[in-house]
Write a protein that binds this ligand. Sequence first.
Ligand code: KG4
Ligand code: ZN
Length: 343
Amino acid sequence: MNSDNPIYILGIESSCDDTSAAVLHNDKILANIVAGQEVHRLYGGVVPELASRAHQQHIVPVVDKALKQAGIKPGDLHGIAYTQGPGLLGSLLVGSSFAKSLGLALGIPVFPIHHMKAHVLAHFIADPDMSPPPFPFICLTVSGGHTQLLKVADHNTFEILGETTDDAAGEAFDKAAKILGLPYPGGPEIDKLAQNGDPKKFTFSKPKVPGLDFSFSGLKTGFRNFVEKNQRSDPEFIRENINDLCASLQHTIIEMLMEQLVVASTQTGIRHIALAGGVSANSSLRKILQATAREKDWVTYIPPLQYCTDNGAMIAIAGWFAYQDSSAGKSSDAARARWAINE
Ligand code: KG4
Ligand code: ZN
């Protein structure tokens, strides 16, 4: 599709605690607005009921701002993509009801999008800071709710090579941060403090799981027991060791991810390796992946930070593919809290 025939797609993301809207002109982003939700910081995690209420407050101003920044009017849109799932049901309902109502009012198609597929498809946004991976490629998708090793055969075919059997990698960061008394979301906090810490100071045992799956729940429990034990003999243990604790924990999580990624690449023979999801914003994971790539002769695809954590742009690009496939949804499509990527 070239610019003689411009298609404008609005993308709406509301699966968790960020309300986001983006406007795409073909595969180029004209606007990508994200409104975070500070309210959850008080509770050390996302409170679903508060998240839905905040989405309701944010959705109209966020969409309005995205359209204004893109310089278009609602009537210029050709389609609306929204996150159908997986995610928090109440949060999904706000975005999906809004998108379907707006689509009905404007008489344009709506495209229900799978959130985890969209994280991967963010790689196909036309952006000078990244290039799209060729099919097939492996994508390590690491977010707050999911951790998956995917073989991506085309923009619609995702094979799960491995996934977490319990907590997600982002959840491991968030739960460890809570143990250390750091605010939510914990990933960026741990990333920041780890930069001044020693990743080899403490070692935590890594649970063994069969095949290419992951397990982070045991690491979290081991980390909590270790911290509590040391606090009993030294009440200042966390304060005195915070940077090293963050660096060592982060190092363990990254090692667990990288070990499986290496096996996945060896088993499939695929050397084009992409990263997606909120945890792919982690500075150390990005560096270690690049170092491993040099060693293993991989070609890596690491998205710019604005496409790592939840954003409307990734929903809009998934909508752009759906528009080309003519796979519009129906007004009866229900939000899906749980939804496998290969369903
Ligand atoms: O993809 P995402 O924005 O939302 C979900 O789909 O879950 O991912 C959010 C997760 C949170 O667990 C957050 O702590 C983590 O991504 N995260 C990070 C970093 N930035 C966000 N984890 C480690 N290092 C970061 N810099
Ligand atoms: Zn996400």
